[in-house]
Structures are given as C-alpha cells and as structure tokens.
Design a binder for this molecule. Structure first.
Ligand SMILES: *Cc1c(COP(=O)(O)O)cnc(C)c1O
Length: 454
C-alpha cells in the first residue's frame, strides 16, 4: 500500500473547541499578538512544540498503573534504568525531571569559567545552562546549513574541520563536546553516523568526552537508516545503539522521543563523574531512584523508549512531517529543506520579504496563522535570538516560524487543515505588515513580550 496510515486507533479523545474569526481576533489582541499568551482552549491545532505534548499508548497507561512510588529502590526505577542501559548502553543512569535538569547537572559538574563547549547547534536551554556554568557555548554547523532552501542530507552535522581547529587552539579549555541529534535549532536536521564517528575519533584523539543531546535519537536513527549507505537492513534499535557507542554519555528529554509528557535523564560511563552528579541530583532533584519524577513517569518512559523505535511508528512520524512540508513547499511556500524530523520551519523572511527582520516577520506570520485558522506555531527569529543589549546582535541570522508536530496526536485531516490555512495566508502575503515590541523582559523575551502591528 502506498498510503501510510496512523499506526494506531484512538482510545481517548480530547475535544477541540472550534472558534470563529472574531473569537480569534479578540484572543490574539488580548494576548498582545504573542501566541505564547493565548489559552490552549482558544487554539484549534497546536503546533507550538512537540515537547511533552504527545499521546501515550495503551501500554504506557497500563505501565503507569504499575508505578512503584517507593522513595528509595523503586522497582519502576529498575525498569527505567534497564531500558536506558539496553538502548543507550551507558553504565550510569541519572533520572531528572526533564532535559534541562540533566544539562544543568552535567555542565555544573564539568565546566569551569572560561571553558568552551562546542556543539553542532546548541538548543536554547543547553546554551543557557552552559553559560550559567560560566562557559562559552560554540555552535559549529556545517556551511551548507546556511542555505535554508537547498535540500541536502544530514544538514545537522557538525563541521569537523572547525572542531579540530577549535580543539587545537583552545587545548585544555574544552571539558566536553556535544552533538545534538536531531539538530533542533538547526531545522530538525539529522546527523549522520559518519559524522558521529568522525567527531568521536577527534574527541578520543584529544582525550575529550563526547556527549549526545539525545532528545530525538529515534528520528535521527530513521534518517540514518533511510538516507545513509549501509544501514537499510539494520533495525532502528541497533542504529541507536551504534550512535551511542561512539559517545561517553548523553542528556535526554523524555518529553520528545521518550513519548512521555515529562521526564529525562543524564547518562555517563564515568563512575567518578556520576558520583559527583548524584550529589547535585540529591540536592535539587531528588533521590537517585526517582530524580524529580514519579514512579509512574519512569514506567511510561521505560515503555516509550522502545515504542519510539518501532518501524511503523517511525514511518508514520516521518511521513506526517514530510507530508506537511511537501504540501506547502510544492505550492511555493519557502521552508527549510529537506523537511526535518519533528517540525517544518517556514522561512518567514522569504515568505513576506516586504517585512524587514527588525519588523519581526516571524511574529507577523504566527499571528496570521492563528487568525486564519487557530493554528499556533512559534517564531524562531529576532524575538527569540535578537537582543537589545549592547554587544549582542539585534536581529537573528534567520527569521523562521516552526510548526512542531506533537507525537501521535493529530491525524492527516488536521495536517490538511493546516496546509489549507498556510496556503490561504500565502495567497494574501503581500498584505502582511510588520510588528514592534511594546513590552518585553531582558531574557527569554519571546515567552512574555507584547507586540503591536505597524
Ligand atoms: C527539549 C530539548 C532540550 C531540553 O529538554 P527539556 O525537557 O525541555 O528541559 C534539550 N535539547 C534539545 C535538543 C531539546 O529539544
């Protein structure tokens, strides 16, 4: 069969409240034209994030009922730890309430002021935690990733020449190297096995540990199996195991490819480091056999980590992202090519070129998508990465709008609805106008800023 269907039946439903254009006009105005300030009940299709917003399976809900809520030595932790060790292969597994807690513990343990942490592209919380530990976060994306509209495989790779040069130049000041799979801030683009291997070899030559930011490891494994030579016959779980075999540890948000609504972990092969990390864990997260999660969360993740590697699930997951991307791009909507794993990124600067970056084209597009059909995307551009502080760039390198697909949550007709809305806005793109910030905090301003149209 050519038709790829959702490989599940619906077993509980959450109603969507249909709104009128007038309802939405009022909601977006009251929200200061910032979609983060809109109540979820006023949203029809919510593509704000794929983090923690997916649907759990019947097996996960069954596992939830088995949750052992013992403070110490919970059986749920034993099952969680066994799943993580089996798939990721690291010896020490440290549970955390979500990915950023794992990052905070890792960087606080290994980074000293003046250190550098290279990454293909840091996710925003990763960058913030590196900087909070007094170190500098350096992105080393490949040159071809700058050409947003040009489809090339593995645009999420790290530039290995740049890494080697940096390690030579700053010898002794790089406590670890990180690889983010898939590369979230870089358009959800994958990293090839060859690139993971090269980065690992360079790290080993320099005696520097390599960590994987593993949030979307299963989606990355799909790209390796389907787009890299030599993997077509390999089961996804073995591809995942090979990816991690080149690393010394990882951070993970189970809200992504853990198929859970909350949770995460830090893992490492270094026993001495793990002991220091556990001290920090106990101080701020919890005892080492729950780390800020309930026993039932540990159970849901232990099941989710296997379900996310099922071939039917991954085929459907990638088909739905690609379907959204192709159906808008084939009608001329400029997107980051090729479609990434979890999201489609519209190039807002090219969508409405009459709006210059300082007039926030990404905000204009998120507002229009909400007005048109109650769709919530997120600006990844000047509001998120620009700054009014002296010495920092005022605009971002790209003006993107991300439409992230929650896992196992929306069906093809929801995606068709989104496609229709985007094409309707695209047809009247010349009428779109810019916005300006009327009120914003100094840091992470995208969450709470208010705007007005120009
Ligand atoms: C979501 C995410 C994180 C942080 O995880 P949280 O669970 O949101 O704290 C880190 N890195 C990447 C690549 C992510 O997508």
């Amino acid at each position: 069969m050519k038709t790829i269907i959702e490989p599940f039946r619906v077993f509980a439903v959450y109603p969507i409240r249909m709104t009128s254009r007038e309802d939405r006009e009022r909601a977006i105005r009251d929200a200061g034209y910032n979609v983060f300030r809109i109540a979820a009940r006023d949203v029809i299709v919510d593509l704000l994030t794929d983090s923690g917003t997916g649907a759990m399976s019947s097996e996960q809900w069954a596992a939830v009922m088995r949750g052992d809520e013992s403070y110490a030595g919970s059986e749920s932790f034993t099952r969680f730890e066994a799943a993580v060790r089996d798939i990721y292969g690291f010896r020490h597994v440290i549970p955390t309430h979500q990915g950023r807690a794992a990052e905070r513990i890792l960087f606080q343990t290994v980074c000293r002021p003046g250190d550098l942490v290279p990454n293909n592209t840091h996710f925003d919380t990763t960058r913030a935690n590196v900087e909070h530990a007094g170190a500098e976060a350096i992105d080393l994306p490949p040159i071809e990733s700058r050409e947003l509209g040009v489809p090339r495989p593995f645009k999420g790779n790290m530039d290995v020449d740049a890494l080697e040069a940096l390690l030579e130049e700053r010898r002794g000041h790089v406590p670890l190297v990180m690889l983010t799979v898939t590369n979230n801030s870089g358009g959800g683009q994958p990293v090839s096995m060859a690139n993971i291997r090269s980065v690992s070899n360079i790290c080993r030559e320099h005696g520097i540990p390599l960590y994987i930011d593993a949030c979307r490891f299963a989606e990355n494994a799909w790209f390796i199996r389907n787009h890299e030579e030599g993997f077509a016959q390999k089961p996804y779980i073995d591809i995942a195991r090979e990816m991690f075999s080149y690393a010394d540890g990882c951070t993970m948000s189970a809200k992504k490819d853990g198929l859970a609504n909350i949770g995460g972990f830090l893992a490492t092969n270094d026993g001495r480091l793990a002991r220091q990390e556990l001290d920090l864990l106990i101080l701020t997260e919890g005892f080492p056999t729950y780390g800020g999660m309930a026993g039932r969360d540990l159970e849901a993740i232990a099941v989710g980590l296997y379900e996310v590697l099922e071939p039917d699930y991954l085929e459907y997951r990638m088909a739905s992202t690609r379907y959204l991307g192709r159906h808008i791009a084939d009608h001329g909507v400029p997107i980051v090519e090729p479609p990434g794993g979890h999201a489609i990124y519209i190039d807002a600067a090219a969508f409405c070129p009459q709006i210059p970056p300082r007039e926030l084209p990404g905000i204009s597009l998120t507002v229009e998508l909400y007005r048109e059909a109650g769709i919530r995307g997120v600006e990844i551009g000047t509001v998120m990465f620009g700054s009014e502080e002296p010495g920092r760039p005022s605009t971002a390198p790209h003006e993107l709008v991300r439409l992230a697909l929650p896992r196992r949550t929306y069906t093809q007709s929801h995606v068709d609805y989104v496609v229709e809305a985007i094409l309707a806005v695209f047809a009247r793109r010349e009428e779109m106008r810019g916005y300006r910030i009327v009120e914003a905090p100094k840091t992470l301003r995208h969450f709470t800023a208010r705007f007005e149209s120009l």
